[in-house]
Design a protein. Sequence first.
Length: 457
Amino acid sequence: MVYLLLLLLLSGIATPIFLLLFLASVDNRVREDLAEEMESFQDTYALWEQQPGQSVGELKQFVGDFLARRVPEDDNYLIFTIEGEYYQANPRVLPDVIQPGSTLMNYWANLTAPAQGERSSSDPEIGNILYLAQPLEVDGEVQGVFISVHTTAGERQEALAGATIFFQVAAGVVLGAFALAWVVTGKLLAPVQKLAVTARSVSESDLTQRLPVKGTGEIADLTHTFNEMLDRLQSAFMAQQNFINDAGHELRTPLTVIRGHLELLDAESEEQQETLNLVIDELDRMNRFVNDLILLVRAEQPNFLQLETIDIPSFIEEVFAKIQPLGDRNWRLTIRGTGQMRGDRQRLTGALINLAQNAVQHTRMGDLIELGASVRSTQVQLWIRDTGEGIALSDQERIFERFARAAHRYRRSDGAGLGLPIVRAVVEAHGGKVTLTSQVGVGSTFTLILPLQPPED
């Protein structure tokens, strides 16, 4: 399409230039014809002058014979004036602008020296008037004038008509060639377009797309190489996921066994009991870390969500009841609108609790933490807003990465930097997105933007 527009632009610029040059060429040819006509007349007149006994009467006889033998081309006029007045012309019918008695005719009749020129006319059927004039002498005195005249309207109209036909044919040929090239190029580039579509559809959770290899040649080699690359990527991602999943499951058992044995131990002193409590607390933190890793791996699988119909207001009220015990804060609930959505209640609850825990860690006693929901025509927005320390702009994108932490917290987190990545994984699995608005010293707002109906895989 860009090439077609560029072609049309260049054609729009070139067409008037071509027409100007073409019309100038037509005018030059007409002037050359007039010059040839005058030269032919001068040769004939020179022969007549060599004859003895010239007179005005003989001149009139010469003019009559000359005009009788000449057949002017269209829009050409051969005109004679004798003794200062119009005498004869071929063709006999003249345009109004050069009729006997007209200003231009009187000008020609009184010429005493050769002249040439161009006069404009307001008559569109006449156009401009090109002429060459030659005075005729008898016995050394000017007794008449021969004028070769051409009107340009007809010539230019024929030229424009021819140019129009040429441009129409050329435009048809160019458009036809462009359409043919478009079809042929489309067929040639179809495998490349499929390659681009497949590349855009590839994600960590779906590396199964492959392109059919057809024929031979560079395109087939490119397709085969692309499929091999996807095979290697799929193997690498599967190996990574399997390792995390297997490691998580293998770690769960010894952690559970260790915790069980520690709980059976009887502390002989208060110091030993504190040590046991510390070790059990760290084991619990390691167990949460393992569970988070396994959850992130599962988030990349198609069956991660268990969808159900959720009544949004009642769901938000349930979550609000669960997050209030997380800390002594000024908790607020805001619900705008009513409606239902399709989603995984457990995953969404966990995501909001994660955000609430994050808000508690970034605030102090008495600070505001708001849980809110706003239902719109096709989506719902769920948010956690706090008036805590805020997050620096440099950290706002980084904190959604695995194992990342924001600086300057009020107290140390028990997590491993996987909370926000889990939140984003849950939201993206629902076909939504997470946004963050934060200002240091003012607070932060995490917003989950979710479709009421998640897209089907």
